[in-house]
Design a protein. Structure first.
Length: 155
């Protein structure tokens, strides 16, 4: 009887115990085994995430897109439009964080049952398909002098 009272008091003081609370915080309130894909803040800067998301919506219908409430309103508007056109429910999730890091998980597409997908991140070829970087060679000088030598040399 003593443990029942202690359990009751603990539940009143600290709330009911949660299963895997760190995992739930990381994936915006859901479990890892239910996640179909995640997007970080840096993934949302590329235009190719929409095609990837649409393909996953079609492959795994009936899910919910969890969106961090700290995202800029313009990005939230894009995601709302994306979910409305594909008939996917959207849920804004308020987190304890006040700042978003570049690699922070800000979008999670989840189902109400376990899918146990191994790779849930945006594929690399999708990340870099629209961004081509032209590597320009630095102009080479024929005569290389040190900085101080060029300043103090007599000409």
């Amino acid at each position: 009887m003593g443990t029942d009272i202690q359990d009751y008091l603990d539940k009143g003081l600290y709330g009911s115990p949660k299963l895997k609370p760190d995992e739930q915080r990381k994936f915006l309130g859901t479990f890892r085994e239910r996640v179909v894909f995640i997007l970080s803040l840096s993934d949302l800067t590329s235009a190719s995430y929409e095609n990837f998301a649409i393909s996953q919506f079609q492959k795994y219908p009936g899910g919910t897109l969890l969106v961090n409430a700290l995202l800029k309103p313009a990005i939230q508007k894009q995601l709302i439009h994306l979910t409305q056109t594909n008939h996917v429910s959207l849920k804004l999730v308020d987190t304890e964080n006040t700042l978003l890091a570049d690699q922070a998980i800000v979008v999670v597409y989840t189902l109400n049952h376990a899918v146990n997908k191994e790779n849930i991140e945006l594929p690399l070829q999708t990340k870099f398909s629209n961004t081509t970087h032209d590597i320009k060679k630095a102009p080479t000088t024929t005569k290389s002098e040190s900085f101080f030598k060029s300043l103090f040399s007599k000409k």
